[in-house]
Ligand binder design. Structure first.
Ligand code: PLP
Length: 395
């Protein structure tokens, strides 16, 4: 057995290769411990983590309040079925509803599941229209909505879809930020328009105000649900509590996951207006959705994001970081909102730079050949940005 005291990295990697399905092209590092903005490998080497579990560790690694809430709840009640009431699920729902101005919440365990719930919700709501063809969902090219079959169908990237056809019927794609294409795609048969306020996975592309405004107007005109996938943008990441707040409009349905549990798996689908009461008993469910343990982690995380004003920190440090990145040699463009940032280079150096950075104790995420993505913890400081910049310059 491998214990923390006797970790042999090569042994771990060999074990993983033999027994874990090869769904990930893992980097050759074994992490064993984390604290704040840092993680440590099997040899005790320190890494400044600017990936943060892909925008999951919003409060950094092992945030004390979340650890305390999880430990306390783990000794009280971990799970019981959604056939019964538990105390924390409605409390987390109230917290999220009041924070977002939505109406009601459904809890699940991941971003993809939250989007599945949103898709089913929009399809069911459209049944009341009397138009039997009102089932189409418009999403964007280069989007990312997760890996279940409906979520890869919603994801407008053929590379995620091609091995798994036939896909779910009823989805159509338009170029992101193309208002004319959106107008041409939405009609009486549309039940939902589903968009990320900032596209994350494909390289951090913020929506334009014109595009989301048009989406809001078209959804109102054709009685379709405007769904925002805020799995990555939600809960402070963009420098505001939710991505939609940058655009002066609100979605009908919104999905959350990533940061929501401070590292503990939990997802949520929030819905407003008539969509809040679309689901009835039997329509949708999740065995693990919103367990006492997950909700304890969620309440502790969201409360700390609010009390620590970490969205404001994300806005301030994010702006500073973007200005610094723009001074790197070979930069073509720096994009992003808050602490959801991409640096695009003129040369295909992203993979090399990320590998060298890892060697030098900095974790960053390459996207394609030319882009580095940064989604550090919301608690990151300017001093740590300076440290990351020094490492990036060396690379
Ligand atoms: C990560 C992500 C998802 C998928 O979340 P999972 O928890 O991996 O299922 C969905 N949408 C967006 C925008 C994401 O960034």
């Amino acid at each position: 057995m491998i214990t923390n005291e006797s970790i042999n990295a090569a042994e771990v990697m060999a074990l993983d290769k033999e027994y874990v399905m090869h769904t990930y092209g893992r980097l050759p590092v074994v992490f064993v411990r984390g604290e704040g903005c840092f993680v440590y490998d099997a040899a005790g080497k320190e890494y400044l983590d600017f990936v943060a579990g892909i925008a999951v560790n919003g409060l950094g690694h092992c945030p004390p309040k979340v650890v305390e809430a999880i430990c306390k709840q783990a000794g009280t009640l971990i799970h019981t079925s959604n056939l019964y009431y538990t105390t924390l699920q409605p409390q987390l729902a109230k917290l999220l509803v009041e924070l977002s101005g939505m109406g009601k919440a459904f809890f699940c365990n991941s971003g993809a599941e939250a989007n599945e719930a949103a898709i089913k919700l929009a399809r069911k709501a459209a049944k009341a229209s009397g138009n039997p063809n009102k089932s189409n969902i418009v999403t964007a090219e280069q989007s990312f909505h997760g890996r279940t079959l409906a979520a890869i169908t919603a994801t407008g990237q053929p590379k995620y879809q091609k091995s798994f056809t036939p896909l779910v019927p009823g989805f159509g794609y338009i170029p992101y930020n193309d208002v004319e294409a959106l107008k041409a795609a939405v009609n009486d048969d549309t039940c939902a328009v589903m968009m990320e306020p900032v596209q994350g996975e494909s390289g951090v592309h913020p929506a334009t105000l014109e595009f989301l405004t048009a989406a809001r107007e078209l959804c109102d005109k054709f009685d379709a649900a405007l769904i925002f996938d805020e799995v990555q943008t939600g809960l402070g990441r963009t420098g505001k509590m939710f991505g939609f707040e940058h655009f002066g409009l609100k979605p009908d349905v919104m999905t959350l996951a990533k940061t929501l549990g401070g590292g503990f798996p939990i997802g949520a689908c929030l819905a407003a207006g008539k969509y809040a009461d679309t689901f009835e008993p039997g329509d949708h469910a999740s065995t693990f959705g919103g367990t006492p343990l997950a909700c304890a982690a969620g309440i502790a995380t969201v409360s700390e994001i609010i009390e620590g004003r970490w969205a404001v920190n994300a806005a301030e440090v994010g702006e500073y970081f973007r200005a610094q990145l723009a001074t790197l040699p070979g930069i073509k463009e720096v994009r992003g909102l808050g602490l959801m940032i991409a640096a695009e280079f003129t040369e295909p150096i992203a993979k090399d730079m990320a590998a060298k950075a890892l060697e030098n104790g900095l974790i960053v995420n390459p996207i394609g050949e030319n882009i580095l993505r940064f989604v550090p913890p919301l608690i990151v400081t300017k001093a740590l940005v300076d440290r990351a910049m020094a490492t990036l310059r060396e690379c």
